[in-house]
Design a protein. Structure first.
Length: 149
């Protein structure tokens, strides 16, 4: 590998890691409600993807097949995003063994991860609904702060 190519590769690898992960230093900059909103948005995208896949399931033309594949990939990517937020953000930085709700949060996290895996494997809209509900239940541990004027 040429030196320029190696340097470029290393720089890209380093910057992509910074782009897709939240501080594992830890940096102390936390926006828990935002992460919950991000997961809910991803769950809505999983549901939309499932709906679009169902619309295309009987079509046999190349364009429909292409779109079907894209919706499947989209569904998988957004389920993975939820898992990544749960593991890289909440599990490693926010959920503490000293918290009174530690065990409850771990159980909720497990439920969400399992629902993400099911959502990746299936096109069952009830799973998408359960996923949204489970994220909302988990989100009650991380409410929006009250704004004081």
């Amino acid at each position: 590998m040429k030196p320029f190519t190696l340097v470029t590769f290393v720089m890209l690898a380093f910057t992509s890691a910074l782009t897709y992960s939240h501080c594992q230093i830890p940096c102390g900059i936390y926006d828990d409600p935002m992460r919950i909103k991000m997961m809910l948005e991803d769950a809505r995208t999983v549901e939309k993807s499932m709906n679009e896949i169902k619309k295309l399931e009987k079509k046999q033309d190349a364009q429909s097949t292409n779109q079907m594949v894209r919706w499947v990939v989209n569904k998988e990517n957004h389920a993975d995003k939820i898992i990544k937020i749960l593991t890289d953000y909440f599990l490693t930085q926010r959920i503490k063994s000293t918290d009174k709700t530690y065990v409850e949060q771990l159980k909720q996290l497990e439920i969400i991860v399992k629902l993400c895996v099911k959502a990746k494997q299936q096109v069952d809209l009830s799973i998408a609904s359960q996923l949204t509900s489970a994220i909302k239940a988990f989100g009650k541990h991380y409410p929006e702060p009250e704004h004081k004027h």
